[in-house]
Design a protein around this ligand. Sequence first.
Ligand SMILES: Cc1ncc(COP(=O)(O)O)c(C=O)c1O
Length: 393
Amino acid sequence: MSNFNLSEVVSALKKVLSEKEYSIPLHEPSFVGNEWKYVKECLDTGWVSSVGKYVDRFEEELAKYTGVKHAIAVVNGTAALQVCLKLVGVEQNDEVLVPTLTFVATANAVSYCGATPHFIDSEQSTLGIDPQKLDTYLKGIAKIRPEGCFNKKTGHRIKAVMPMHTFGHPVDLDSLVELCSRYRLELVEDAAESLGSFYKGRHTGNWGRASALSFNGNKVITTGGGGAILTNDDELGKLAKHLTTTARVQHKWSFEHDQVGFNYRMPNINAALGCAQLEALPNFIKNKRKLAEEYKRAFTRVDGVEFFTEPSFAQSNYWLNVLLLENKFSGQRDSLLKLTNSQGIMTRPAWKLMHELEIYKDSPKMDDLTTAENLEKCLINIPSSANLGMLNV
Ligand SMILES: Cc1ncc(COP(=O)(O)O)c(C=O)c1O
């Protein structure tokens, strides 16, 4: 029978983070390399906006790091997700299977396409979509027709599955790829949180036909605000660039647009910051993994709480570190949040589940979402910045 003592949790956190008088944020960016130099160059030359060398360079280096053929830099991760869904053919009234445990952008991107998010339960060992449970669920509700997979209950086409690599931990991608081919579904990865995370040795974002990254200020690297579309499909890569640059037909002076495109191109000044951050990324990941090791060690002897570690098939970036309280102590989650925040250690709960949001209460969902519901009750994020990994060297 384990006990749960809030002050023991705080002591373990302080052991890793060391005693500090100021507050420790959840995740702050580090600018320790060429950030000033590259951004200054943009200001000095005036190339701050939609033209300049850094966007091409950022895209090339991102593609190289992630091992994808094409990376297209855009204004943010949400826009990247929206365009990914459009690229794979999601249309008005389609349904897209997404985890209920996710940030609202995953579901919103589906809505922007006029489609409906359909909420799926999570797997305890990955925190992401549970492929086995999804398979059993689809056996009950899906009907395969020549035009694709249909939901027998709503009559709508289920066009895609969009797993999310939660807090940087990869989902079980092989199982999802196999499931998608059986049910004739497109796979789009919401890899917003998983730059630097690998599934069976290959970078996340390589399994879906299109995938999205985010470079928001709280992510592993930042461009201020920004995102990217990743794809190994040459046609989709070309289309992604075209759609995100107002679908303008190449011409020296004429403004010809052959589709209703988006003005989603990442500005040069943001890409300049991104190039410098990409140079630092391997070090950030090293430090973040070291911090995770220290947390793991510090929490092995703390009762009632577990430090979440990467799934067996993954090498994670540990974007946001996770503590899971034992179910029976979930009632004390908010007291722990209150205590840690009052002591200058920033912690926060997981997102409110999507199917519990008023805006998505009428969306289709699995009958049983208990794993996600329990995770939401028991999970807290703890400080995770890359610079914290260097504290106790
Ligand atoms: C899971 C997930 N999807 C999408 C996004 C959207 O990214 P952005 O904030 O760059 O629009 C984020 C992060 O913000 C996220 O965590």
